[in-house]
Ligand binder design. Structure first.
Ligand code: NAD
Length: 477
């Protein structure tokens, strides 16, 4: 604690010890920009120390037994439950999560950990028939070594539980660079991983500015795998850095996810799901649906109902369960959301709902008549802002949904199973939900996107494969 202001100052967690840095940086509560905490501003040396700790611990950690890793991960889930209030408070005050979103993240986090515990016994190779007489041939699956994990601000608990536990479950050690906007949540989880008995040095956290120290992590020659979640611009840079050392990676990046609504859709069921797709956590979700294509017979009714829901979306106290709309995380991001709306309106888009601000919160905003020359037509806004476009046929909906550089999530609402399955097979996105919202995730599914939305998938099966390598072994009998 900082004696003067009662504000906590966070340290790095390296090799099982708290390492206070020299310089610190401020983390602001986005609801009113008040000081939430300070955190050590990591340097290249801090990062190299963390990688060294993870590297030396790997030699013993890779020999740990499945039953040990399984017990530790299940214990992490138990301690999380005991510390639920701390985690929920942090999600509310550090990143402005409404309590409903905080609870959603907490529950998902628990399932991520328990699913990861199940991976420990599943690191398998196979026997392979051999053409050489008397040769016994097999593959064994081994952990890679040090896994670097870089996470964004918006779902820090889901990302920390999923990625750290999946890497540890299969025998890797980890260095984690959390978002500079959300270091405390990760530091709380570091305490919990430690209290659960994970060996010192297996999980290391360095807080700081990603653009200053990120390359010291992702470009380190002793880093064997990089898992990055964040914006497409930073993802592109990390791709280039990793290429220098041929470091394998997954990139989970931004999105401009479409929802197509056909004329036979059940609007009663569709509307609340459509709203959830874009307004949850104030639209700051990568899989949020920022484009709706609605078949003309339903278009006017859809716009009317969506605007009604938008105007009623809860913007009260973040601890009130009825609150949906979160503050936009930072000044930079608020400017982006404002500019996108202003640019669209200036160029002729119509505001069906919202467009105004209440403090750091943008009202749920629905735009119609959005055209190609408007920035938000193609770029990710990352706020509670969506566009609704009329379409004259299913074919037009599919074509427009595919007209994007991104390819993360997608959805279609219809009772026509043939069109629904045709859409699922032909949409250029990594995920497709029929009669469900674009916002959906589970621990064991292949989660991820194509094009500007990323490379590779995450989830228990995908991470097991990505974070391990097969070795071919033969025995001449
Ligand atoms: P961001 O790209 O600004 O930051 C993400 C992380 O990258 C942070 O930890 C930051 O410190 C770090 N970073 C910055 N420069 C770096 C560098 N040179 N090397 C290494 N790390 C560096 O993203 P954000 O604003 O925190 O998050 C929002 C973005 O994340 C949106 O685009 C959203 O769509 C995306 N996102 C994607 C997923 C997914 O699973 N596909 C999930 C959540 C968020």
């Amino acid at each position: 604690m900082d004696a003067k202001s009662d504000v906590q100052t966070l340290s790095h967690w390296i090799g099982g010890e708290w390492k206070a840095g020299g310089e610190t940086f401020e983390v602001l509560n986005p609801i009113d920009d008040s000081l939430y905490c300070r955190a050590a501003k990591g340097t290249g040396d801090d990062m190299r120390n963390a990688v060294a700790a993870a590297r030396s611990t790997f030699e013993s950690y890779k020999e740990t037994l499945p039953k040990e890793r399984e017990r530790w991960l299940l214990r992490v889930a138990e301690i999380m439950e005991q510390r639920k209030d701390d985690l929920i408070d942090c999600l509310i005050d550090e990143i402005g999560s409404p309590v409903g979103k905080a609870n959603f993240e907490f529950d998902k986090g628990l399932t991520m950990l328990r699913a990861a515990a199940g991976m420990c016994r599943n690191v398998r190779g196979e026997t392979i028939p051999s053409d050489a007489p008397g040769k016994f041939s097999m593959s064994i699956r081994e952990p890679l070594g040090v896994v670097a994990i870089v996470t964004p601000f918006n779902v820090p608990l889901i990302k920390t539980t999923r990625l750290i536990s999946n890497a540890l479950a299969v025998g890797n050690t980890v260095v984690h660079l959390p978002s500079e906007l959300a270091p405390h949540l990760t530091i709380l989880m570091a305490e919990i991983f430690h209290d659960a008995g994970i060996p010192a040095g297996a999980y290391n956290v360095v807080t700081g500015m990603g653009h200053e120290i990120g390359d010291d992590l992702t470009g380190h020659k002793y880093v064997d795998f990089v898992s990055f979640t964040g914006s497409s611009v930073v993802g592109q840079h990390i791709n280039e850095v990793c290429a220098r050392n041929k470091t394998p990676l997954t990139l989970e990046l931004g999105g401009k996810s479409p929802t197509v609504v056909l004329k036979d859709a059940d609007l009663e069921k569709c509307m609340p799901l459509a709203a959830r797709s874009i307004f949850m956590y104030g639209g700051q979700l990568c899989i949020g649906s920022s484009r709706f294509y609605v078949e003309r017979p339903l278009y006017d009714e859809f716009v009317k109902r969506f605007s009604m829901i938008a105007s009623k979306a809860g913007m009260g106290d973040l601890r009130d369960p009825n609150t949906v709309i979160a503050p936009i995380i930072s000044e930079r991001q608020r400017n982006r959301v404002k500019t996108h709306i202003e640019d669209a309106v200036k160029k002729g888009a119509k505001l069906a709902a919202g467009g105004e601000w209440e403090g750091n919160r943008c009202q749920p905003t629905i735009l119609t008549d959005v055209a190609e020359e408007m920035t938000l037509c193609r770029e990710e806004t990352f706020g509670p802002v969506t566009s609704i476009y009329p379409i004259d046929s299913y074919e037009e909906g599919l074509e427009k949904a595919n007209d994007t550089e991104y390819g993360l999530s997608s959805a279609i609402f219809t009772n026509d199973i043939n069109k629904a399955m045709h859409f699922a097979k032909n949409i250029g996105a990594g995920m497709c939900h029929i009669n469900g919202p674009t916002v959906h995730d589970e621990a064991h599914v292949p989660f991820g996107g194509n094009g500007e939305s990323g490379v590779g998938r995450e989830g228990t099966d995908a991470d097991l494969e990505a974070m391990t390598e097969l070795k071919w072994v033969t025995v001449q009998l």
